[in-house]
Design a binder for this molecule. Sequence first.
Ligand SMILES: C=CC1=C(C)c2cc3[nH]c(cc4nc(cc5[nH]c(cc1n2)c(C)c5CCC(=O)O)C(CCC(=O)O)=C4C)c(C)c3C=C
Ligand SMILES: [Fe+2]
Length: 443
Amino acid sequence: MPVQRPAAATPDVVCFDPQDTKGTSAPAVAATPAVDKVGVLLLNLGGPERLSDVKPFLYNLFADPDIIRLPQTVKFLQPLLATIISTLRAPKSAEGYKAIGGGSPLRKITDEQAEALAAALRAKGQAADVYVGMRYWHPYTEEALEDIKRDGVTRLVILPLYPQFSISTSGSSLRLLESLFRSDAALKSLRHTVIPSWYQRRGYVCAMVDLMVQELAKFRDRENVEIFFSAHGVPKSYVEEAGDPYKEEMEECVRLIMEELRARGHANSYTLAYQSRVGPAEWLKPYTDESIRQLGARGVKSMLAVPISFVSEHIETLEEIDMEYRELAEESGIRNWGRVPALNTNDAFIGDLADAVLEALPYVGCLAGPTDSLVPMGDLEMLLQAYDRERRTLPSPVEFWEWGWTKSAETWNGRIAMIAIIVILLLEGVSGQSILKNLIWAE
Ligand SMILES: C=CC1=C(C)c2cc3[nH]c(cc4nc(cc5[nH]c(cc1n2)c(C)c5CCC(=O)O)C(CCC(=O)O)=C4C)c(C)c3C=C
Ligand SMILES: [Fe+2]
């Protein structure tokens, strides 16, 4: 059975003074203000709410040094690169957002999750205000922190809404928080703890399996359905060079879910693949599109897609999986298709998030003891020091030019060739002479 984080009553915990960033103060019992006010900060990616937001949203994303990690010497080029890449990418992204109604549903769903979590905590006897801090769009993390200060929160639990930890998602949000905490005296003294990943929680695993069982029941040939986990990809270099635990956590998460599914009597075979690759750099494999083609060629006739790296519906479930991959599956000979819905405000899932917050509360302002997560719970600074300390620079996931016979070179060579042909035709029209003929046959 999947293991669970130790219960809150396992206080193998050293308390510390949040002002003492070097950790030199003797362990002490954390001082508790007369009236404690508990807050929960949900971290998420954010998404464009309307088509006109797409380009500035993409700019924010590509300006993030955890999405494109440039060497120190050329860091100053990041805003320029972000401008170019967001401009080139915007039309393709906008097409996707148009296909799902003109914007991302992320803000609405995350607000609903925040409300549901506050209600679940209240029902479990814990009053808490729940805040939403997005990384690339409104409400920005900075806005959430202003609200947290204004409301006088004294104990904060930071909960990224990504079940598995990645440098590019939770890591990026935590790094931003770290710099905001450092530069603000009020925040510096705010006692907090971070739950960096929670894919291994039994409540989450069971909520996922409940949904999978419901969807499996809709197939006629239930036992022959291929369970197809599709996770958002990251560049391979994040895992192999920077030590991102994302792949390891993803594989462990899938193993726990399959274990629970089997325990409920479903012995289906399964595949884990990675979707949403951006740019020509190598990302985690196998790629979702290639896997679908291979499964079709192997004779798989029924497939249940399970989005696994994110807990809300978003562009990559609603457009990429429901439209693009479904069509590809049909073309590959897969006749019966299903998709597990995102957890969104699923009761069991929100109840489990509430339990995670309650279990984390005793660790607020303390260095937590070992847990079963690959990335241990802790305070912001400790967490970011524990992994990725050297902050290696990596090949950019998004190259807009590469030498050699690559996809980007092909695209650019094609564009240059087309421009050259148009220029030659115009010159021929104006001069009345055959320039191409002269070029080829010139002596
Ligand atoms: C666990 C989830 C995610 C990882 C890991 C991740 C890494 C990552 N993403 C990009 C580039 C883009 N991501 C985009 C949208 C997007 N990404 C995630 C999640 C993860 N990203 C979500 C939930 C969303 C959708 C938000 C929404 O509005 O619904 C986009 C924009 C859309 C598009 O053009 O495809 C880009 C671009 C990189 C480069 C990266 C790792 C380095
Ligand atoms: Fe992404």
